[in-house]
Structures are given as structure tokens and as C-alpha cells.
Design a protein around this ligand. Structure first.
Ligand SMILES: NC(=O)c1ccc[n+]([C@@H]2O[C@H](COP(=O)([O-])OP(=O)(O)OC[C@H]3O[C@@H](n4cnc5c(N)ncnc54)[C@H](OP(=O)(O)O)[C@@H]3O)[C@@H](O)[C@H]2O)c1
Length: 246
């Protein structure tokens, strides 16, 4: 039976990935701060920003596992959409703690764990390269995550590592983008609001299917690469997105 480890299985995309993998016959190990997770996931509660405590939690979760076919470093936070000059440094650092440094903690643990890991996907975002106004700490953290994938690719020669932008997904993270943030001040929000409720913004389960169906195609890219899933699944949307920056 294939085995996956996914961070952030309590909600949104991570939850959808866990459900879809189990439907496809995989054993799924997951973690998140909240105890909620789909039935069947082998789960531990873990705040991934507590670097000292994480190794013990991961040992409890994965100590009996002999190898992993897939690791998805999915846990992430958005922070507020606002001008960088209005964003307190503490807020940017808090986003970095989850979206960047927590993933270093997990990768370092996997290295010391020393068992085979076939493929690692770090969940990035189009925001990592688009640089749209207002995306501050989130864009910085995901840009740094893309480099984290490149750097670890040297150190995990037996694993395929990539930073993957999954496209827009209708999850609780979207609530701030679609309901609270100022779409007049930050025009990139308009595209998201138009897309919500349409095929252009799938739910977590459909987004999970789209990613999992492309695992082999992603593996054909060099280890360490950034891949925007839309380049593989919807080249026209990909061209529109990267040709249109605000
Ligand atoms: N939604 C989109 O359109 C979109 C687009 C591009 C990329 N992404 C990326 O996709 C990933 C998942 O986002 P989502 O949209 O599914 O958001 P979400 O529904 O808010 O889920 C985020 C997950 O991360 C976990 N998490 C957050 N902080 C954590 C911490 N300190 N320790 C452990 N787990 C933590 C949460 O669990 P707990 O709160 O229980 O800890 C939750 O399971 C993120 O990396 C996000 O940047 C999303």
C-alpha cells in the first residue's frame, strides 16, 4: 500500500488530498493543530512552528513507517492582504514561521529519519512569482519556499522535490481574500471574487484530483523546480494569469 504524509489535514486542500488519496487506496499520515481530520487518516496534533516539539510528534506519527511515496508540505497561512508598509514585521514573521520555517523543520526531520521518500511536494502559490500588490508576507514566504525546494533538492538526491502552485481553491483561506480584503485597493482580488463559485475555483477534493493526476508529469521536471499546476492542466489560464499582473 502506498503511503503519504501530508501537513495540514484538518482543513481545505490538505483535507481534500487526504480524502482523495485514501479513496485511491493510499495510507495517509497527517498533522495539524486541530484534531479534525478525515476518518481513516493516521493523525497527530502538532503545531509545526514549535520546532523543538515537532521531531517528537513526527516520530510518534511516522516511527513505524518504513518509507513514504509522497510527502505534501501543505500547511500554510495567508496573513492579511495589505500594503507591506502597513504590515507590522511581526505579522510577516508569523507567516514565514508556518509557510517557510516549519517546512525546514519537517525536511530536516525527514533527512535524519533516513528512510526512503520518493516525492516531496511543497505547496507554493502563483503569489510566489506574481508579486501582486498587497500579497506581502504571503508572497515573500512562498517565494522563499520555492528556493527551499531548490536547495533541498541538492541534499535529497534520492527524492524528487518540487514547489507546486496548485491554482485557486475554494477553502477557508479564500474567505479573507473574497470577503474581507479591500478589492478596490488590491485589484488582484477581483479575479478571485469572480472565480469563486465557478469551475475556475474548484473545491479541495477536485483540486486534489488535479494535483494527484499530475504527479508523474511533475516528476519529469528537474528536482527542485517550481511548477504552476495550471501550466500542465490549463495552459490558457496559465498564460492569462502570468501575462496579467497588478
Ligand atoms: N486556497 C487557495 O486558493 C490556495 C492557492 C494556492 C496555494 N494554497 C496553499 O495551499 C495550502 C493549504 O491552504 P488552504 O487553502 O487549504 O487553507 P486552510 O483551509 O486554511 O488550511 C490550512 C491548513 O494548514 C494547517 N496549519 C496552519 N498553521 C499550522 C501550524 N502552525 N501547524 C500545523 N498546521 C498548520 C491548518 O491546520 P490547523 O489550523 O488545524 O493547524 C490547516 O489544516 C497553503 O499552503 C496555501 O498557501 C492555497
Amino acid at each position: 500500500m502506498k503511503q503519504a504524509f501530508i501537513t495540514g489535514t484538518s482543513s481545505g486542500f490538505g483535507r481534500g488530498l487526504a480524502e482523495e488519496l485514501m479513496e485511491r487506496g493510499w495510507r495517509v499520515h497527517g498533522c495539524s493543530r486541530r484534531p479534525d481530520h478525515p476518518r481513516g487518516v493516521h493523525h497527530v496534533c502538532c503545531d509545526l512552528t514549535e520546532a523543538e516539539a515537532v521531531p517528537q510528534r513526527l516520530e510518534a506519527l511516522l516511527g513505524e513507517v518504513s518509507e513514504l511515496d509522497l510527502v505534501v508540505l501543505n500547511a500554510g497561512v495567508l496573513g492579511r492582504i495589505q500594503r507591506l508598509v502597513d504590515t507590522p514585521l511581526e505579522e510577516v514573521k508569523a507567516v514565514m514561521e508556518v509557510n517557510l520555517w516549519a517546512n525546514k523543520t519537517v525536511m530536516d526531520w525527514l533527512y535524519r529519519w533516513g528512510r526512503p521518500v520518493s516525492q516531496v511536494i511543497m505547496i507554493s502559490s502563483g503569489a510566489s512569482v506574481l508579486g501582486n500588490k498587497g500579497w506581502g508576507g504571503y508572497a515573500l514566504s512562498k517565494a522563499a519556499l520555492n528556493m527551499l525546494a531548490r536547495l533541498y533538492a541538492h541534499e535529497f538526491p534520492q527524492s524528487h522535490i518540487s514547489a507546486v502552485a496548485p491554482g485557486i481553491i475554494d477553502t477557508p483561506l479564500m474567505d479573507h481574500l473574497c470577503e474581507e480584503a479591500d478589492a478596490e485597493a488590491f485589484p488582484a482580488l477581483k479575479r478571485l471574487r469572480e472565480a469563486r463559485g465557478s469551475e475556475a475555483m474548484p473545491g479541495p477534493r477536485e483540486a486534489a484530483r488535479r494535483l494527484l493526476d499530475q504527479l508523474e508529469a511533475i516528476r519529469r521536471r528537474p528536482s527542485g523546480a517550481f511548477v504552476d499546476l495550471r501550466e500542465l492542466t490549463d495552459p490558457e489560464a496559465y498564460a492569462r494569469l502570468y501575462g496579467h499582473r497588478s
